[in-house]
Write a protein that binds this ligand. Structure first.
Ligand code: AMP
Ligand code: MG
Length: 488
């Protein structure tokens, strides 16, 4: 077995990782292979689906060039600092470099590591399939994210509240370095390791900073920018991450850790789904300020490395302050596109806010309002469809009047505007009840067809897909999912 691994993270100092082999599982069975992603990685999908390939995806056999490691990290979990977390149930097999892009291939649920603490190192199949669905949906929406290459059933059970079938997810990420990775070393006062990590991250994700006079201040600024852009994109599709702990925020700016996340249905800025988020710390509309809080923790790690120490605090604060402007520009720009506005006018933010207030007061479905608005931009005859999304349909009319007056200011062909709006307002998001139904069919009835169908629909979120209109519909009251659980 030969995989073209080049393992830059394994080459870092010993302090960064523990060498550990996955623990073999009883009866690996491939449930899903992401063939398109395999090809993108230069891997042969036929080989991956072969018994030998599946043995690798289950952790039963390692390819020659794999250097399996579990990485150390720390993190603020719900505001409290845990100095030692680390990959407790994930093992990095190696990195694949193709077309100048380096990506981690990691097994999640592959057995205990030195960082498992009281955990079993395993994953239940349900959360594995959940991450597969959600992360691939996120990718199809055009939002930076880790990816899912494969889902394997282990043939073993894991003990959760009840005994559950086990699974292993193969996760692909541009790296697995988190804010918490920096925190691990900074909290121990190991500034040489912080520097080594920062240099690794700069070479890997921000190579333009290689020759900068203040590379580490530049790194902070670059991560601030990427995370501000990421959170803006989350808000624009109604995504709630659910566990924005510093160990779950990637330095590369990709969405990572699909535990109790959810896409909201009825618009509610205070929406919280995660069963473990009892205080609502990571509510939908709190995500920008939480990201900033997390980035301030990264700043604390990096500041001691700044060249000009007398200006370090000022530089760090300046970098952190850019979050607001980068986020605002991306978010407002995104809202304009969702509303079909080509130009920028001072009242656009207020126009969007007015719509959001009406949506919140009338429990209107976030995704469908914008999708139907795209139709309304083409013909007022479509208004009936969107009005019915509001408890009081007249709530839409007040907005529609201002909106149409604003559209009239800029002209443009209605059909073209509608088409542009449909490219940013998805018709299909992973609705919670659909995700639950797919998992239930797979886990309880061993029927993967529901999962397959859902994954196929979500791969083209911006297309109309007339045969799959039902997937656009929000949950009926009896189907509604109000709590999501993380993978542990
Ligand atoms: P998460 O909530 O998934 O971000 O995980 C937080 C920490 O708990 C990480 O260090 C994980 O590696 C660890 N962890 C979660 N589930 C398990 C498990 N089943 N076995 C061992 N460690 C786990
Ligand atoms: Mg995590």
């Amino acid at each position: 077995m030969h995989l073209p691994f080049d393992n830059s993270y394994a080459r870092l100092s010993q302090a960064f990782h523990a060498h550990v082999l996955p623990t073999p599982v009883a009866a690996p069975r491939l449930l899903k292979l992401n063939r398109a992603l395999a090809l993108e990685l230069g891997l042969d999908p036929e080989w991956l689906a072969s018994p030998e390939g599946v043995e690798m995806l289950a952790g039963n056999r390692m390819p020659a060039q794999a250097e399996p490691i579990a990485a150390v990290y720390a993190g603020h979990q719900f505001g409290h600092f845990s100095p030692e977390l680390g990959d407790g149930r994930a093992i990095l097999l190696g990195e694949i470099v193709i077309d100048g892009k380096r990506r981690d291939l990691q097994l999640k649920g592959s057995g205990p590591t030195p960082f498992s603490r009281r955990g079993d190192g395993r994953a239940a199949l349900g959360p594995v399939l959940r991450e597969y669905i959600l992360s691939e949906a996120m990718f199809a929406l055009g939002i930076p994210t880790t990816r899912a290459l494969a889902a394997v059933a282990t043939g073993e059970t894991v003990a959760r509240e009840t005994a559950q079938p086990g699974g292993v997810l193969t996760r692909i990420a541009s790296s697995h370095v988190r804010i918490g990775t920096f925190q691990y070393f900074a909290a121990r006062g190991e500034m040489d390791n912080v520097r080594e990590l920062a240099d690794h991250v700069i070479a890997r994700h921000y190579p333009h900073l290689g020759d900068a006079a203040e590379p580490y201040a530049g790194l902070l600024e670059a991560v601030v920018t990427r995370q501000a852009l990421l959170v803006a994109q989350w808000l624009l599709v109604g995504f709630i991450h659910g566990v924005m702990n510093t160990d779950n925020m990637s330095i590369s700016g990709e969405t990572i850790d699909y535990g109790p996340c959810a896409f909201m249905e009825a618009y509610d800025p205070g929406a919280v789904f995660s069963a473990i988020d009892r205080q609502g710390r990571y509510a939908y509309s709190s995500q920008p300020s939480i990201a900033q809080w997390n980035l301030a923790r990264l700043a604390e790690c990096l500041m001691p490395l700044f060249t000009a120490q007398d200006e370090a605090v000022t530089r760090a604060n300046e970098a952190l302050a850019t979050f607001k402007s980068v986020f605002q520009t991306a978010y407002l720009g995104g809202l304009r596109a969702k509303l079909g506005l080509l130009s920028a006018e001072p009242g656009d933010g207020a126009l969007a806010l007015d719509l959001f207030e009406r949506m919140a007061a009338n429990k209107a479905d976030f995704t469908l309002v914008f999708r139907r608005l795209s139709d309304c931009a083409e013909t007022p005859a479509a208004d009936a469809q969107i009005r019915s999304l509001f408890e009081d349909p007249t709530a839409f009319d007040g907005f529609a009047e201002t909106w149409r007056a604003r559209l009239a200011l800029e002209g443009g062909a209605p059909a073209e505007r509608a088409a542009a709006m449909r490219r940013v307002n998805p018709a299909y998001i992973p609705r919670n009840h659909r995700v639950e139904a797919a998992i239930e069919a797979a886990v309880v009835r061993n029927d993967l067809s529901v999962f397959e169908d859902l994954v196929a629909v979500l791969a083209h979120p911006y297309d109309e897909q007339p045969a799959h209109i039902a997937y656009q519909q929000p949950a009926q009251p009896q189907e509604r999912v109000t709590r999501t659980f993380c993978g542990t």
